[in-house]
Design a protein around this ligand. Structure first.
Ligand code: A2P
Length: 346
């Protein structure tokens, strides 16, 4: 007998940085799986991935028939999503897509599980978009403040880890570090300049207004998730030589004055947030000491902005591959089950 409360789950990009963590998060959270199907490109077909105590063979996405898939978690890049996500949806699956392919489409909900789960009430194309990792952690930290005090402007500088760029970028950081320590040339391939022992003020593509696409994602996605088209966002995205965990220096302006104590109290009760904010050395979150491998969005360095009467500063750190990508995707799938929103199996 098959259990109707178990689901056929496909993970597209299962061999990638996010896909691998999707597999472990599904396993850790005991997601009700009838069958797990790892998919990747032709070059990975036949490889095996670990799923708990099992090894499962990766299949080629290009030749895979999606009939019978209930939920498909996509993290294989925008062009792969554009081509294949509609095919999975047409075959009856709900797609949770980690790429930016559909995020700005009005008929595709863009959802952070703790922030706007109500957006899952309408999934007209069978596709749900997972926000960009930098927006994701920002929203978990800022939504409670926005709802209580009304954020009018966000000024943010990110310090983003290389895992956000994928497996090859992590290999590049490791290889360049080893090369430089052995007095060899770093040989940049994934990033335009050396990433080891450096910081790069560039993520995505340069746009006409001088911002990069990664910076403008923070603007557009914030407005959509908070249903706040007037909110002003000014972002600088920076890549740093950290493997896992994005950090963000965030400066907000609010409609109503919020004190540091009020912000701390609000965030201590906010879902998905952990406040780490003592005024002493080490008592603040960092990617290595807090975020890497863990679920929460950590917030520290909360203080009133001495340069603005209604300004507040925060330091927001999270594992970009977990809450920033894989964990939120699985949480959205869990919400679909809880709310009986899956077409099949429910
Ligand atoms: P593959 O390992 O076969 O290249 P990352 O973000 O770490 O670079 O991972 C990207 C993921 O997306 C990998 O699993 C990769 O599979 C997969 N992928 C990339 N391009 C395609 C494609 N055209 N079809 C299917 N999977 C793809």
């Amino acid at each position: 007998m098959t259990n109707p409360q178990e689901f056929v789950v496909a993970v597209v990009g299962a061999t990638g940085a996010v896909g691998e963590v999707m597999l472990s998060v599904l396993q850790e959270r005991k997601f009700p799986i009838k069958k797990l199907i790892p998919l990747a490109s032709e070059r990975s077909a036949g490889k095996q991935v670990d799923f708990g105590n099992h090894k499962i063979t990766v299949q080629d996405l290009a030749t895979f028939d999606p009939t019978g898939v209930d939920i498909a978690l996509f993290s294989a890049g925008g062009s792969t999503s554009k081509e294949y996500a509609p095919k999975f949806a047409a075959a009856g699956a709900i797609v949770i897509d980690n790429s930016s392919a559909f995020r700005s489409d009005d008929d595709v909900p863009l959802v952070v599980s703790e922030v706007n789960p109500e957006a899952l009430g309408s999934i007209p194309r069978g596709i749900i978009a997972n926000p960009n990792c930098s927006t994701m952690q920002l929203m978990v930290a800022l939504a409670p403040i926005h709802r209580a005090y009304g954020i009018t402007r966000i000024n943010i500088a990110t310090y983003q880890s290389v895992s956000g760029t994928g497996q090859k970028a992590m290999e590049e950081l490791g290889k360049q570090t080893a090369a430089i320590l052995s007095f060899q040339d770093p040989d940049p391939k994934v990033y335009p300049v050396q990433i080891a022992f450096n910081v790069i003020p560039h993520g995505g593509d340069f746009l006409e207004n001088g911002y990069t696409s990664e910076e403008m994602k923070l603007v557009w996605e914030t407005r959509k998730i908070l249903s706040a088209p007037d909110i002003q966002v000014n972002a600088t995205v920076v890549r740093v030589p950290v493997f896992y965990g994005h950090s963000e220096a965030v400066h907000i302006e609010t409609r109503d004055k919020i004190t540091a104590a009020q912000a701390r109290a609000l965030l201590e009760n906010a879902p998905g947030v952990e406040v780490v904010d003592e005024h002493k050395a080490g008592a603040y979150p960092t990617p290595v000491t807090h975020a890497s491998g863990n679920d929460p969005v950590y917030v520290g360095r909360i203080r009133e902005d001495i340069s603005h009467p209604r300004g507040l500063d925060l330091w927001v750190v999270s594992d970009n591959i977990r809450k920033g990508a894989a964990l939120n995707a699985v949480q959205l799938a869990e919400l679909l089950i809880d709310r009986k929103l899956l077409k099949k199996g429910a």
